[in-house]
Design a protein around this ligand. Structure first.
Ligand code: GUN
Ligand code: ZN
Length: 434
């Protein structure tokens, strides 16, 4: 079999560590460098002088000179079925769910809506440079099925799961502990570990699951290796008040999930804003991760995520768009909103750290750090090509950047989908800016 090579010229940037703990050794920047890919996998990322030289006849070249070439962005919390409720105004979370989200999610009982929605969703993520996501489907198995099919077709590394909800939601959006178990199990058997796909057991949040259903979710987690557990945690005060009423026996919100074996290394908790010291400690001890969803948290008035506390407790953090509670598919927008949240909490967030969180940091929270989020040799070659001169204003401002941190800062604050010149999956172009 002939080997296939792809060679990419550009300003190569990636992380192999967290810049907050490993400083300069965490990031690798090679202006005018080369990314060499063999059969979809990174063979070399670095200066041109040290690059191996594969047979020219077997090599396809992409010239992105002057542009930044980075690992594709990892969105650690997003709701594909909420694509059409983005930018819907309401007072706060529970009201927003009842008014816009639950009605919209009911449309996904129809497989045709699921299919078209899945395709529209990945068109949107790819044009924003997002190559991997942890996504919450609806309660309908067909919704997860359609996302898996579309991701498989596009060769994406992608994780989703059918949402479990058996109370406090419209009848048409509820399952039962039994159907939740059976349908999830069937999806796990058919999709988990198929190609680049993974499954996340997905109780929506403690408000919408009975004890019996959370018990079933815990049981599902024992059914295969490498499953994730994906849910929401402590996003909103009214939500927290409600779960306290529903689970008076629990010591705190996290403890509800803990009682059903849902807190562990593969657990990803979206939001995690209003936490007690005990909850932070338990998150650390369990190895669970959190998804910081700043645009959603500001949009829904949920609160300010405490990055300082997460850092102090060494809890792995990724960034989540949380569309449609979040206001943009663009990781630049998510980073910019994250920066502002950290400003309000007087916790400095460098652009370098933000880009780490959007790539390798996110991959780590999903247990994917050896596959995506980095250009370490052997990693899967999903990458985004960023144009620092996408607009006249950006060209002017980025032209004044005196170092990499300043350039990344300008991109973080001004960036959007116009800045994504191309997105490649396993080396091949999956999106090219018109
Ligand atoms: N909590 C439970 N469901 C949801 C949801 O769909 N979006 C957000 N932001 N929070 C939730
Ligand atoms: Zn969410």
């Amino acid at each position: 079999k002939n080997r296939q090579f792809i060679a990419v010229k550009g300003n190569i940037l990636h992380f192999t560590e967290d810049p907050r703990s490993k400083g300069k050794n965490a990031s690798h920047y090679h202006p005018d460098g080369i990314l060499l890919i063999e059969d979809g996998v990174v063979l070399y990322a670095g200066d041109r002088s040290g690059a191996p030289t594969p047979d020219e006849a077997l090599t396809t070249w992409y010239d992105y000179t002057g542009k930044l070439v980075m690992p594709g962005f990892v969105d650690t919390h997003i709701h594909p079925p909420q694509l059409s409720v983005i930018a819907s105004n309401s007072i706060e979370l529970l009201d927003w769910l009842d008014t816009y989200t639950f009605p919209e999610e009911q449309r996904f009982a129809d497989d045709d809506v699921c299919r078209k929605g899945a395709s529209r969703f990945f068109d949107e993520t790819l044009k924003n440079g997002t190559t991997t996501a942890l996504a919450m489907a609806t309660v309908h198995a067909g919704s997860a099925e359609a996302l898996f099919r579309e991701a498989e077709k596009r060769k994406l590394r992608f994780i989703t799961g059918k949402t479990l909800m058996d109370r406090n939601a419209p009848e048409a959006l509820t399952d039962t502990p039994e159907s939740a178990y059976d349908e999830s199990r069937d999806l796990i058997e058919r999709w988990h570990g198929t190609g680049r796909l993974g499954y996340a057991v997905t109780p929506r949040f403690a408000v919408t699951s009975t004890r019996e259903q959370l018990e079933a979710a815990g049981e599902l987690m024992t059914q295969a290796e490498g499953l994730l557990m994906h849910t929401h945690l402590s996003e909103n005060h009214e939500e927290i008040r409600t779960v306290r009423e529903l689970f008076p026996e629990a010591a705190n919100y996290l403890d509800i999930y803990d009682r059903f074996r849902l807190v562990g290394e593969g657990s990803v908790f979206a939001h995690a804003i209003h936490l007690s010291e005990e909850e932070y400690e338990r998150l650390t001890q369990s190895g669970a991760s959190v998804s910081f969803c700043p645009s959603s948290n500001l949009f829904l008035g949920s609160g300010l995520f405490r990055m300082d506390n997460a850092q102090r407790h060494r809890i792995p953090v990724g960034l989540g768009s949380d569309v449609g509670g979040g206001t943009s598919f663009s990781p630049f927008h998510t980073m910019a909103e994250g920066f502002k949240v950290c400003q309000l909490c007087r916790t400095p967030l460098s652009a370098t750290t933000a880009f780490y969180l959007a790539t390798l940091g996110g991959a780590r929270t999903l247990g994917l750090a050896s596959s995506v989020g980095t250009f370490r040799q052997g990693a899967e070659a999903d990458f985004v090509v960023i144009d620092p001169e996408a607009t006249p204003l950006a060209a002017r401002r980025s032209g004044r950047a005196e170092n990499l941190e300043e350039l990344l800062f300008v991109l973080m604050i001004l960036g959007d989908d116009r800045f994504v010149a191309a997105t490649h999956i396993l080396g091949e172009p999956a999106y090219t800016r018109p």
